[in-house]
Every structure is written in C-alpha cells, then in structure tokens.
Design a protein around this ligand. Structure first.
Ligand SMILES: [Zn+2]
Length: 212
C-alpha cells in the first residue's frame, strides 16, 4: 500500500511527491526544493518517517521540477531518471535559470532513462509509466492502477492544462495525450498534478474547460 506525501516548493509553487510503502521504501518524484528551508522540510519528513529513498524520478525536466535534484543526488546518492526526450529540455536549464532569478546547481546528467515499458516497483506495489507529451516532449505520468492514482506532472491540472508555449511544447499533442492516455483511465483515478490541488480523471473529463 502506497502513501503519497505532497510538498509545494519554489517560486513556481511546484508540487514534489514522496511516495512510500509500509516498509518505508520511498521514491521522490520531481524534487523542486530550492531554498535551504525547503530542502530541510523534505529531509525532516524523510528522517521522521525513517524512509529509505531508492529512486529520484521526473515527470519532465523544466526547472521548477528539478531544482532539488542536485540536493537529492548528494544526500541520497541517487541519479536523476527521466524520459530520454527530456534530456535536451534539462540541458537547456542553465540558459534560462537566471532569467527566473534562480542560481541553478545542476545534478549529474542522467545516464539511464525511463520508457513506457518500465515499471516502478516498491515492494509489491507497482507504478506504470504513461507517455503524456505535449507540455514538454518527454513528459511521462506515473500511474498506480491498484490504488487508482496518477502523478501527472504538468499535463493536466484542476480545470486547466499544462502550457505549451515552452520549447518542445505542442498544444495538439497535449490534448491528444490527455484524451487518449489519461481520460481513458477510471473516473475515480486521483490526479496529483505538478501545480495546484489534486483532482480526478472524472472531474476533469466533465468539467475541464480545455477539453469539452
Ligand atoms: Zn513544466
């Protein structure tokens, strides 16, 4: 049984997720902690719950989702894992980080990549990977069928969708990703988004103004 803990970090109000099982085995998705105080909040939670963090995964590689990667890498000896198509997105960060006022410290370049054939296993619990490009070219979502939730990054938000005006973004691709790969999931599936509150597939299928 997986437990999901959400944190909201950095100037972009990005949601970072720690997912862990009853044996305190954990993964971190999209560590966006930037300030030392944010890093401490994340670390305190991990230490208080005696979690063993096994992997550092990314829905995509925009700056607000990776600001804490170097910190997690150093703290837990973990390398970043993302879809291969996000590599160029990640490599572009130093070219724009200062425009947003960030002093960016890069983690090591990833050397193994996630694809839709992979599953993320925590003990007996499984997350599958769903390809959801459009907001960025290699956006992926992490889906737990057994518990009906999905970590969807910046693809689908409560009554909104991810922006598509950044490099590699494509509006039609995004809409197609949502309709084909997300809206076909059960209505009760909880959607943990990269920004804002948690929603559900059913709620967005019915009420999301971008998808009617
Ligand atoms: Zn993004």
């Amino acid at each position: 049984m997986l437990t999901i803990k959400a944190f909201t970090f950095n100037a972009f109000q990005e949601n970072t997720y720690v997912i862990y099982n009853e044996h305190a085995t954990a993964i971190i998705i999209d560590p966006g902690c930037y300030e030392v105080s944010e890093q401490q909040v994340l670390l305190d939670f991990i230490e208080t719950n005696k979690l063993e963090v096994k992997r550092m995964l990314f829905t995509h590689a925009h700056i607000d989702h990776v600001l804490g990667a170097a910190f997690i890498e150093k703290k837990f000896g973990l390398k970043m894992e993302m879809h291969e198509l996000e590599l160029s997105v990640w490599r572009a960060i130093p070219s724009y980080a200062s425009n947003y006022g960030f002093v960016y410290q890069a983690a090591e370049e990833p050397d193994s990549f996630l694809s839709i054939q992979d599953t993320i296993q925590l003990g007996t619990d499984i997350l599958t990977i769903i390809f959801t490009p459009g907001h960025s070219p290699g956006s992926i979502s992490f889906y737990c069928e057994a518990q009906q939730f999905i970590i969807a990054g910046d693809v689908l938000f409560f009554k909104s969708i991810g922006r598509t005006d950044l490099a590699g973004g494509n509006y039609d691709t995004l809409i197609q990703s949502i309709k084909t790969n997300l809206f076909t999931l059960p209505a009760d599936t909880k959607v943990y988004a990269g920004h804002g509150i948690t929603t559900s597939i059913g709620q967005e299928r019915t009420h999301n103004p971008f998808l009617q």
